[in-house]
Design a binder for this molecule. Structure first.
Ligand SMILES: [Fe+2]
Length: 349
């Protein structure tokens, strides 16, 4: 745990840009929690369990509110943020725990939305306001909301990379069998013109992965490794999924773990691309919005889907050089977990 003094310092830093946070937060993170899919119109009792877990840092991984809207004034999104601000646990976490945030489709404003969404500029303004992104932050002067921050001293650095999988994303190929197992909404599309991140974000990511860190948490609201379902996933654009692996390999970036949300289930996944070490993904969704009947064939999945309200945790044992990825439920009980040694997150040789 961080000392009280360090925590207070980090909180003060939360109003600065991530780069400044990184430069000034010299204490290593050891307890990180994250979650996604918080419907402000429904009770959110899970915040008590998250606060009781006492994370050093919390990551809002998208669908942080449900504010889909069709009018240029973004009235429904504004109402959603106002309602979220009035939820006791949500607001206590935001005022007492250092945090980072990225959006997904429902705080972007359009279900499964991508680059085509006509109101994304106003949605971004509302995001910047709600999350108190400071003046001068790079996100205010470029398209999209991707950002990164590195915490901790050399030898114990955690880099957190938050990808924007909405602003630039090309339209997905619509299924020919809506609802059928494995093709629920979308089909894989190998069109080389289609993009998940867009050229500017791809270039930024390649550079970020070359900055030094012992552990790198790549937050992608859209699932990266999950296969065997036809909802949104990186596998809908297989060439882009491969490009992500290639970008990690070319940067010689060790220590990558993926965190994702969006799906209204929790799960762990693992895939070992040629030339890389086993990549692991922890999906946590939703904080209060759960798809109880979820089924997926699940190549790459480790264990069963978790279809109860949940949050994800990353517990880092710097001395023992290992981390534990886990899913906690509304009572704070650990429902899934996986231990990973740092040495397992490295390319051979
Ligand atoms: Fe979503």
């Amino acid at each position: 745990m961080l000392s009280r003094r360090t925590l207070a310092g980090l909180l003060a830093l939360a109003s600065l840009s991530p780069a400044r946070v990184a430069a000034q937060a010299a204490t290593p993170l050891s307890r990180i929690a994250f979650g996604s899919c918080a419907d402000q119109a429904q009770p959110q009792p899970i915040w008590e369990a998250i606060l009781a877990w006492r994370p050093d840092l919390f990551i809002f991984a998208g669908d942080n509110v449900y504010g889909d809207f069709k009018t240029a004034d973004a009235a429904n999104l504004k109402r959603a943020y106002e309602a979220a601000a009035g939820i006791e646990g949500y607001s206590r976490l935001r005022s007492t725990i250092p945090h980072l945030a990225i959006w997904d489709d429902h705080d972007y404003g359009l279900n499964d939305g991508g680059a085509e969404f006509p109101h994304k500029v106003v949605a971004k303004e509302e995001f910047l306001k709600f999350w108190k992104v400071p003046a001068g932050d790079a996100r205010r002067s470029r398209d999209g909301l991707y950002t990164a921050a590195t915490f901790g001293p050399p030898g114990k650095r955690v880099q957190i990379i938050l990808l924007d999988t909405r602003w630039f994303r090309s339209p997905l190929k619509i299924t020919d069998q809506r609802g059928a197992a494995g093709k629920e909404r979308y089909l894989p599309d190998r069109d080389p013109a289609k993009t998940m991140l867009g050229p500017a974000q791809w270039a930024w990511l390649a550079a970020e992965l070359r900055t030094p860190a012992e552990l790198r948490l790549i937050v992608s609201s859209t699932q990266v490794l999950a296969e065997g379902h036809g909802w949104e996933r990186w596998g809908n654009l297989p060439l882009e999924k491969q490009k992500l692996f290639d970008t990690i390999a070319n940067a010689r970036a060790d220590g990558v773990v993926f965190l994702s949300g969006d799906r209204h289930i929790g799960a762990l996944y693992r895939e070992t691309p040629p030339g890389l070490y086993p990549l692991v993904e922890l999906t946590s969704s939703g904080l209060n919005k759960v798809y109880e009947k979820a089924k997926e064939a699940g190549p790459n999945r480790i264990g069963d889907l978790l279809a109860v309200a949940n949050f994800g945790t990353i517990d880092i044992d710097w001395a023992g050089r290992q981390l534990t990825l886990a899913l906690g439920d509304g009572l704070g009980e650990v429902r899934r977990s996986l231990d990973l040694r740092f040495e397992a997150l490295r390319r051979a040789g």
